[in-house]
Write a protein of this length. Structure first.
Length: 113
């Protein structure tokens, strides 16, 4: 009888720890992989690193004053737009994870009331 109670307590503790590992750690890894994949797909269009590297080069290799000014102007706004969109995507991922992480706490709280 004593052995079965120890086994059941051990099994219950393992399942509780497994739930927390699955719910929090695996969900964090899944959401972060999805957000990184979305950021990589967005970077194919915005090319933030390449745009920042060529920031002070003229647009379309037009080495006149207009080429330098327009290149700076267009690249500046492209970097600003990409940074805002990347920041929004990252913020959205953080919000999704924290809502996901708070869900069991909310259910436990509602169960107590």
């Amino acid at each position: 009888m004593g052995f079965s109670l120890v086994y059941l307590a051990n099994w219950a503790g393992y399942r509780i720890l497994e739930f927390f590992r699955h719910w929090y750690i695996n969900a964090f890894l899944y959401i972060s992989r999805k957000i990184l994949g979305l950021l990589e797909r967005l970077d194919r269009g915005f090319a933030l690193k390449i745009t920042a590297r060529n920031f002070f080069r003229p647009l379309y290799q037009d080495y006149t004053l207009i080429g330098y000014v327009m290149g700076f102007f267009f690249r500046f706004w492209r970097v600003v737009a990409a940074s805002i969109i990347y920041g929004f995507v990252i913020l959205l991922g953080v919000i999704v994870y924290f809502v996901w992480a708070a869900f069991p706490i909310y259910i436990f709280y509602k169960g107590l009331i």
